[in-house]
Design a protein around this ligand. Structure first.
Ligand SMILES: Cc1ncc(COP(=O)(O)O)c(C=O)c1O
Length: 311
């Protein structure tokens, strides 16, 4: 790999303290801003690792086609890195993804294949696998691919430790589980007492990029022994937290970052002091078409009780 190649622009994202969100003077919240990656999400890291891994193993040659199932960020990361490294890219997606996603894929020259909205990303995974087998393409398979976890173990985890040497609690969204597994393993090697908390959508709620384990599909790369807990977040609360994040901290992040912030504040309520590190997986651009910024959901008295929101 040559120096100064576009793939080296991935990672080394900023860590910032959320000074206006912490509920107590002794509790410090730090957010790793993955939206600062070249395509605006944490997925640039794992796609680079999965493609370079396949190249090293001789499973990928110049001009080959790579296919992946995605509802957004991984597809866009693949479209960018595939183009930069000389591969044709195909992304299989459900028809209900945000319209900015297929538009961005088209800009990068990736081909989109659709599956019906009601069949979701699980059907997209099946289609991608079948197409790859039939055509001899490489199926990236982020839910099963160990390079997904390795990318976070090798890059995100060490970067976090450079900025925050002692992490009491680590909070991240659960999609494939790659972030939680890779960073969690790295942090626990340094201090075994670090708590690793997964953020999931409340059953029946949709949160772009995150999945509920209650829907029956457990990502194969997920190792429950590494998790110390999980927090279920409703879409409404995630939207409101994303909007508060803009108001208080001027950070323009996506919906899953709102969910992570909401969950981290619940954790913070239970601490007297300590460092809590959050991963904000993407930036806010692709959510501009939603009403998130213009009319965030109102606080709802009844349900606030179980969710311990302090603002
Ligand atoms: C917006 C967003 N947030 C969070 C995640 C979760 O990351 P991971 O797949 O590492 O669990 C993803 C990816 O699935 C995502 O696209």
């Amino acid at each position: 790999m040559h120096h100064l190649h576009l793939v080296h622009a991935i990672g080394r994202t900023p860590m910032v303290e959320l000074r206006h969100c912490s509920p107590k003077p002794g509790v410090h919240l730090f957010a790793k801003l993955e939206g600062w990656n070249p395509t605006g999400s944490v997925k640039d890291r794992i796609v680079r690792e999965m493609l370079l891994g396949a190249e090293r193993e001789g499973r990928l040659r110049p001009g080959d086609t790579v296919i992946e199932a995605s509802t957004g960020n991984t597809g866009i990361a693949l479209a960018m890195i595939g183009r930069a490294l000389g591969y044709d890219v195909r992304v299989v997606m459900p028809e209900n993804v945000f319209p900015e996603i297929p538009r961005t894929l088209a800009v990068y020259g990736a081909v989109v294949e659709w599956v019906p909205a009601d069949q979701g990303v699980r059907r997209a995974i099946e289609v991608a696998r079948e197409r790859a087998e039939r055509e001899g393409w490489l199926f990236l398979d982020q839910f099963c691919n160990p390079y997904n976890v390795q990318a976070h173990y090798e890059t995100t985890g060490p970067e976090i430790l450079e900025d925050v040497s002692h992490v009491d609690v680590f909070v991240a969204g659960l999609g494939t589980g790659g972030t939680l597994m890779g960073v969690g393993r790295r942090l626990k090697e340094v201090s075994p007492k670090t708590q690793v908390i997964a953020v999931e959508p409340h059953p029946g709620n949709q949160l772009q990029g995150l999945k509920s384990l209650a829907d029956g599909f457990i990502p194969p790369i997920l190792d429950f022994d590494l998790l110390d807990g999980k927090i279920l977040v409703r879409s409404r609360h995630a939207f409101r937290a994303a909007s508060e994040l803009m108001r208080r901290e001027a950070i323009f992040a996506g919906v899953s970052s709102g969910a992570v912030l909401h969950a981290a504040l619940r954790v913070a309520q239970r601490l007297e002091r300590g460092n809590v590190v959050l991963v904000f997986a993407d930036n806010g651009w692709k959510y501009l078409g939603t009403s998130l910024w213009t009319s965030p959901p109102e606080a709802d008295e009844g349900e606030e009780l179980d969710d311990i929101i302090w603002w």
